[in-house]
Design a binder for this molecule. Structure first.
Ligand SMILES: [Zn+2]
Length: 292
């Protein structure tokens, strides 16, 4: 059962390291307004405390614009201070939407432990985590009287199924790609292999029947040609190869397998292991295809 109505403003309340962002990730990405993300947006550093005021300014602007459209928002910040919480409630009510407090009940030692495992620029001093945890414990009984329409603890939120369902949906989408040769499926394929940004620079250039599809990553004057190999019987083994000059010095196209951005960088830098190169014309390099 999900006690939080939709749409609403979901206000996460929890110390650093309490798992707010992990829980927030169970909502769709556009719902999530994370203070750390906006610190990063305005300053380039998610942990830059001096950027907090500017980050709050941008977060609030996005929150208001979404609420004006009647869209649910999950505000991912510590919300330890009563003034900050009151402000969130006011904004929700100004848009005739309920404000729901989601209180993280993670014990202090666990918060401290998680916090200690963060990178330097994201770590909060232990004293600060202790202070946050205590402030929230003290505030908890009074959240209803502060004006929250709903107060729930993380332990009452059944969010796991939603997260699992989304993962299952993604697997289904990926499986469709294996047998599906539509433009959309190929686009999904490129995104899955190279990530959002690289996929934006990728386009298919040769789609001929009975030939592996060929495409190119192009930015400015740089270009890497890629072919998607489907000659292995098990679709799990299908994957991209990048075109490189033949090491044997012939004019034929040679190929190296690329499994992700790191391999592409190696291709761009001319820094890939020679034994994985396969030339189409001469016998230089590995003969992957003959092994099939
Ligand atoms: Zn060759």
């Amino acid at each position: 059962m999900n006690p939080i109505p939709k749409p609403s403003v979901i206000v996460m309340i929890g110390a650093s390291g309490s798992g707010k962002s992990t829980l927030a990730r169970t909502w769709p990405a556009d719902y999530r307004l994370g203070l750390d993300s906006y610190r990063w947006v305005v300053s380039g550093e998610a942990g830059d405390q001096e950027a907090t005021a500017d980050a709050v300014f941008v977060l609030t602007a996005v929150l208001e614009r979404r609420l004006a459209r009647g869209l649910t928002c999950v505000v991912d910040a510590t919300h330890t201070g009563i003034e900050v919480r009151r402000r969130a409630i006011e904004i929700a009510h100004a848009h005739q939407l309920p404000a729901a407090a989601v209180v993280l009940t993670t014990p202090l030692p666990q918060c401290l432990d998680r916090n200690s495992r963060r990178p330097d620029n994201r770590r909060v001093p232990d004293e600060e985590v202790r202070r946050q945890h205590q402030q929230i414990s003290l505030a908890r009984p009074g959240l209803h009287s502060e004006g929250f329409d709903h107060v729930v603890t993380d332990t009452r939120l059944m969010r796991m199924r939603l997260l699992l369902q989304r993962a299952v949906d993604r697997v289904h989408a990926d499986h469709q790609v294996e047998g599906d040769h539509t433009e959309h499926a190929r686009r999904v394929l490129a995104r899955r292999f190279f990530g959002e940004d690289l996929a934006e620079t990728f386009h298919w250039t040769q789609l001929r029947p009975n030939h592996d599809p060929v495409g190119a990553l192009a930015v400015g004057g740089d270009e890497i040609t890629l072919a998607y190999r489907t000659w292995f019987p098990d679709p799990m083994d299908w994957g991209f190869e990048a075109q490189v000059p033949c090491l044997g010095g012939c004019s034929g196209p040679a190929w190296v397998p690329v499994r992700g951005p790191m391999d592409l960088l190696a291709v761009y830098d001319d820094d890939f292991p020679e034994d994985v190169v396969r030339c189409e014309r001469c016998t230089a390099g590995a003969t992957v295809r003959e092994a099939v």
